[in-house]
Design a protein around this ligand. Structure first.
Ligand code: ADP
Ligand code: ZN
Length: 818
């Protein structure tokens, strides 16, 4: 008897699930979760078997062509998760399923066909007038045969190019069954990582290099070569070339020229030493003997209780600053789970930024940890995926996509730094890995632990309303006190004639930190630079008279100020409406500028920039971190990345250059984001016995966000922010849904947005349920104009009923409205 299955085809734009028949040749081999190849319209597509059905819902049922992998690629729990996610994120099921398929498998799996019988002869051309289904197959058979005879064994995709729109795979399968052809699936072998890297090093004394500085090349090349040489003069060791490129903007030709002149040496070097091991080994070596603090013991006991209970389990929120012992708890809970024959899944914001956490897991579970990150080659990724599926790996660590690694028996899911925005995928299919982790844990009976020093307002609210169980680790283990934060009012600095980037206090602290041979971090908020307008005399920020949203400066055509909420527009005023002052300015300061200043003020200090510009290269994060941890630089100037969980014992000073940046963005989540990043960055100082301090510069220090961050007062901020959200009707008191439209043509974008907004408002009784349509804050991306409509309410998706959203991006629970 023929059996029927429902299959989700791996064509991202396709929403549905389709019925297929299992051919006799595959009977008994196909099961739920299997990856198969099926005919779909005129093409063939990959698909995943979701379930068996008694009767197909359509008359004409097509047959599955092939089985890609004899093992299921999705577990039952993953299938359930995919369905839950598709439903809660309003994404097409196929797009969600696509998240689960490893790139290496879904792209590279292919079948090689080869002629088995050597003596098969082509039957020659067939008279096209008499084509019956039978002869049609013969024609295809002949064509396949002559092709393989001519070219030797070929992959399916190679054969495709010779058969435009012709369905040859069925025939090929038929020939395989007849024994004419042989077929086998192939997968790329994991690519081996190179062990050597190219490095550069100064070959002459610094003075000699300096004296050559002016005649290094022509107008076009001089600056680059100078900057490369200057950088190499500062370094004691040989430096990875990618890093020299990133730091100086030079290219290989420039370096070769410098080598030609005998100024530097270029050579191969074994991959750089691993200084983090040194940093790490303290904790790792002794960790087995560590006696947990009473708070840790309590938290672990509760988590372990949940692990061994068979009832429904609620998630935990482990709230504690960096260094309060959260990771130690994850490690021990994972141990318990692994002992029970299950697996643990550890989600971190970004592997490259959390090498210390990774290392501790590696040393605690030697040979049993799989790491998933974007820099893996497809082969490596696939290999990890396969070992995870077979149950060989006990612990998987990775960024949000690690959630989709198949694990046969998950016992624990941890989301570390669960507040981090990187858990939210900001491209379709939109999803939040922390929410998905909770759903997943529920589906497979695992325990979910979220950990953070600064949980999101919504996560805290979940704890308040008993959807999550909160556990607190109130203090640091090593250096119990949080570093003191000194707030500097930059308006006073201006009045005192200090017009530079740095306040007097920050300069003084920098100087003494450098004198003591310690390290400093200077933090700049990347978001929202140079976009809004304020008065340097009184700190007043120019806002929209209708909705109090800060106005943003646009200089595309002519200078104008725009409200991204209601569209209000005005010119830039000459005088401050509040104090009449003449110093109306936009915020604007990049990390390059800050580095330049430091180099001028402290010529001996070795600076290092960690921002978007310097991290485009592969492995750049590791390189920068390694160099800084190695004390090959004194001052690290960076953006958001600095906020992640680094443990850098030599850092005794953190300077927050402009704390206000990002606070006035037209986004209900702006305050929360700034609070998180300031609190995290402030926590970077004084992680060792040396102690430390933070200097926070602000033009408006009275702002609650800044005050709470300076006090490290997470609970105070939560209460304050919750009040604001309630008053303004934002999450967690309502839910948001954003629909966004992009178009290269400004007019069509606006027209479509207005059209859809009308349809939506026809569904809505309350005007507050709809915000927009307006241009997005980042109004143009990749040459496309963005318009958005925000829906809010208890069930905002209901407003979309009957509304056609072709080409729109639908984002449920967005974490930013910019
Ligand atoms: P978090 O994950 O909150 O940043 P960690 O678990 O990394 O905290 O702990 C911070 C440091 O303290 C680590 O070096 C860790 O090895 C150490 N540590 C953790 N728990 C204890 C303990 N009970 N006693 C002594 N040291 C500990
Ligand atoms: Zn407005």
């Amino acid at each position: 008897m023929t059996s029927f299955v429902q299959i989700v085809v791996n064509v991202p734009s396709v929403a549905g699930i389709f019925d297929y028949a299992v051919p006799e040749s595959l009977a008994g081999k196909i099961g739920v979760g299997h990856l198969v190849i099926v005919p779909f319209g005129k093409q063939t597509a990959q698909g995943v078997v979701f379930r068996f059905i008694d009767q197909p819902s359509v008359q004409e049922v097509k047959e599955i062509h092939e089985l890609v992998d004899p093992e299921p690629v999705l577990t039952q729990a993953q299938i359930a998760l995919a369905e839950t996610m598709a439903e809660s994120t309003l994404s097409p099921l196929a797009a969600v399923v696509g998240l689960f398929l490893p790139v290496g498998l879904s792209q590279q799996v292919d079948t090689v066909y080869e002629i088995r019988e050597q003596k098969v002869e082509s039957r020659g051309a067939v008279n096209s007038k008499t084509i019956s289904p039978q002869t049609q197959r013969q024609t295809i058979e002949d064509r396949i045969l002559s092709l393989l005879k001519m070219r030797g064994p070929l992959r399916g995709r190679q054969i495709d190019t010779h058969f435009a729109r012709v369905e040859w795979r069925r025939t090929a399968q038929f020939m395989v069954r007849k024994g004419v052809l042989s077929s086998r699936s192939i997968l790329p072998p994991p690519r081996v990582r190179s062990k050597f890297i190219r490095v550069a090093q100064l070959a002459v004394p610094p003075e000699e290099a300096e004296s050559e500085m002016l005649n290094l090349g022509t107008k076009q090349t001089l600056a680059r070569r100078q900057s490369a040489l200057r950088f190499l003069i500062q370094q004691r060791d040989a430096i990875n070339l990618s890093w020299v490129y990133a730091q100086s903007g030079c290219n290989l030709a420039d370096l070769q020229e410098l080598e030609e002149r005998g100024l530097i040496r270029l050579f191969e070097s074994e991959i750089f030493r691993d200084p983090l091991q040194r940093v790490e080994s303290r904790g790792v070596a002794s960790s087995q003997k560590l006696e947990l603090t009473p708070e840790q013991s309590f938290a672990l006991k509760e988590i372990n209780k949940a692990i061994s209970s068979i009832d429904t389990r609620h998630p935990f929120l482990l709230q504690g600053v960096t260094g309060s012992g959260k990771t130690e708890i994850y490690l021990r809970a994972a141990e318990v789970v692994v002992k029970r024959g299950k697996q643990a899944l550890i989600l971190v914001p970004e592997i490259a930024l959390t090498p210390q956490t990774v290392r501790r897991f590696l040393s605690r579970f030697p040979g049993q940890v799989g790491i998933v990150h974007s820099k893996l080659s497809e082969g490596e990724r696939y290999d990890t995926w396969r070992r995870a599926r077979s149950g060989k790996l006990k612990v998987i660590i990775g960024a949000r996509s690690a959630l989709f690694v198949p694990l046969p028996n998950i016992g624990l899911i941890v989301a570390d730094e669960c507040h981090d925005a990187s858990f939210h995928q900001a491209e379709p299919p939109f999803y939040n890995a922390v929410n998905a982790a909770q759903a997943y844990a529920r589906l497979c009976g695992a325990v979910c632990v979220l950990g953070s020093a600064t949980p999101t307002i919504e996560q805290r609210y979940q704890a308040d309303t008993k959807q999550i169980r909160q556990l607190d680790l109130p203090k640091r283990i090593v250096q119990a006190e949080m570093p003191p934060v000194h707030i500097v009012d930059m308006r006073d600095e201006l009045k005192a004639g200090q017009r530079g980037i740095f306040s007097r206090l920050l300069l003084k602290e920098l100087e003494s930190t450098l004198k003591r041979g310690e390290q400093a971090i200077l933090f700049l908020n990347r978001r929202g630079t140079a976009t809004y307008i304020f008065c340097r005399d009184c700190g007043h920020v120019l806002k929209c008279p209708n909705c109090e949203t800060p106005l943003t400066l646009h200089t595309e055509n002519k200078e104008r100020l725009l409200c991204h909420h209601c569209g209000y527009e005005r010119g830039k005023p000459k005088n401050c409406p509040q104090c009449g002052g003449k110093q109306i300015r936009e915020y604007g300061l990049g990390s390059e500028k800050v580095e330049e200043e430091i180099n001028t003020l402290f010529p001996k200090a070795r600076t290092l920039r960690w921002d978007w510009d310097t991290t485009r290269q592969k492995d750049a994060h590791e390189m920068i971190l390694t160099h800084f941890a190695n004390h090959q630089a004194d001052v690290l100037i960076g953006t958001q990345m600095l906020a992640k969980g680094l443990d850098l014992p030599l850092v005794t000073l953190v300077g927050i250059v402009l704390a206000d940046v990002g606070l006035s963005l037209p986004d209900p989540f702006a305050g929360e984001r700034v609070f998180q990043v300031l609190t995290q960055v402030a926590g970077r100082a004084g992680r060792s016995e040396r102690g430390g301090k933070v200097v926070l510069q602000s033009f408006d220090p009275a702002q609650p966000v800044i005050q709470f961050a300076a006090q490290h007062d997470v609970n105070g901020f939560y209460q304050y922010e919750l009040e604001q959200r309630k008053r303004l009707g934002y999450p967690p008191f309502t839910r948001l849904l954003r629909v966004e439209y992009r178009d290269q043509d400004q007019v069509s974008a606006e027209k479509e947005a207005k059209h859809v907004a009308e349809k939506i408002s026809a569904n809505s009784k309350q005007s507050s349920a709809l915000i927009g349509p307006v241009p997005c804050f980042f109004a143009k991306v990749n040459g496309e104009y963005r318009w958005q409509i925000i829906l809010r309410g208890a069930r905002p998706q209901e407003l979309l009923r009957g509304v056609k959203l072709d080409g729109w991006r639908v984002e449920v629970d967005p974490v930013s409205l910019l």
